[in-house]
Design a protein around this ligand. Structure first.
Ligand code: MUC
Ligand code: MG
Length: 367
């Protein structure tokens, strides 16, 4: 069970269609595959998606932090010494995606060592989640066509619409077009990725009051301290904190400030260990959660669904688990499949996935 080696392998897989949102755009999955090797010959895997516009990490910084700072500190520890693993990683500030991937690869290695699924070790609540699909910026007709295609192909009936453009009428129009095309039975919510001021956000929510939006995520920056509190107090739509809450302390700050009603949990930024801490914190406070997506590939999505399905509170709502559908390829030997609007947890030990060596050889960037 002793960690003998940690690898950070940069890879790049193009998207068929870029995802555009208020804080950035993703057209290539330039992620990092993290592998934790043990002295038993077990290899745990996870992926880290760099999101410079969200956390300041890049593919190069993740590789450097994992290989130069974390690996020398963690080699020699056992898979059961997770507190020490975290304490040693915490000596480096920030770098959430790099830390999360090391955490999840360690859990994967532990599950494989014990011959048990990680989802069972975490909580084992259910074996699947309903899926929410994210619709990025495009002309209205393209956003509608995408949502209809995803609904017809995968049975998905929950959509998160990216908003935060100026003027706000652009997004109000897109959401209206989606509601009209998809009908009243489909769930719609919005995510502004900090694109609006509080007054713009309030105007947009007022203009969309008849669209039955269930959630409004991160419409304004976390630095709009009083503005976010004002917005959350005045709207009837629950507000969700996402990129403003990368740590449990940030969760506390945003909730105590009255700046958010709910919390987005992303395994890509808080791994399994800290995601569970945030989940318990929210449960203790009576705050609802949603399983978010850091625009993960299939490795990251397998991690999200393993975590989300493990707990009652995370499996209640649809999880954001479908961004990988827009990628041209992936690394798994057996691709994930969304059917009937649901994604099942992979059975089998660990996270339940295997990396295809030929695909990794094709997409890795370090050779
Ligand atoms: C989301 O929910 O915001 C876009 C940027 C990011 O950090 O995550 C994605 C999705
Ligand atoms: Mg978000």
């Amino acid at each position: 069970m002793k960690i003998v080696r940690i690898e950070a392998i940069p890879f790049a897989i193009p998207y068929r269609k870029p995802l555009r949102f208020a804080s950035g755009e993703v057209s290539v999955a330039d992620h990092v595959l993290v592998r934790v090797h043990t002295d038993d010959g077990v290899v745990g895997v996870a992926e880290a998606p760099p999101r410079p516009y969200t956390y300041g990490e890049t593919q190069e910084s993740i590789v450097a932090v994992v290989e130069r700072l974390f690996a020398p500190e963690l080699v020699g520890l056992t898979l059961l010494e997770r507190e020490t693993v975290h304490a040693r990683m915490a000596r480096t500030v920030g770098n959430p995606a790099a830390k999360a991937a090391v955490d999840m690869a360690t859990w994967d290695a532990l599950g494989r060592t014990l011959d048990l699924p990680v989802t069972a070790l975490l909580g084992g609540c259910t074996d699947r989640m309903r899926v929410c699909h994210m619709v990025g910026f495009a002309p209205d007709a393209e956003m509608v066509a995408e949502a209809e295609r995803v609904r017809d192909t995968h049975g998905i009936r929950v959509f998160k619409v990216k908003v935060g453009r100026r003027p706000v009428e652009l997004d109000v129009g897109a959401c209206r077009a989606l509601r009209e095309a998809l009908g009243p039975d489909v769930e719609l919510y919005v995510d502004g990725n900090r694109g609006w001021t509080p007054s713009e956000a309030a105007r947009a929510l007022d203009a969309m009051a008849d669209l039955d939006l269930t959630l409004a995520e991160e419409l304004c920056p976390a630095d709009d301290v009083l503005g976010r509190r004002w917005l959350t107090a005045r709207t009837t739509v629950p507000t969700v904190a996402d990129e403003s809450v990368p740590t449990p302390a940030d969760v506390t700050r945003e909730l105590l400030a009255g700046a958010a009603t709910m919390i987005s949990i992303k395994t890509a930024r808080t791994g399994f260990t800290t995601s569970q801490a945030i989940l318990r914190q929210c449960e203790g406070l009576g705050v609802e959660v949603v399983m978010g997506n850091q625009i993960d590939g299939q490795v990251g999505t397998a991690c999200s669904v393993a975590f989300g399905a493990a707990h009652r509170a995370t499996s209640r709502r649809a999880g954001e688990l479908s961004n990988f559908l827009d990628m041209s390829d992936d690394l798994l030997t057996e691709p994930l499949e969304i059917t009937g609007g649901e994604l099942a947890v992979r059975p089998g030990p660990g996270i339940g996935i295997e990396i295809d060596p030929d695909k990794l050889a094709r997409y890795r960037r370090d050779r």
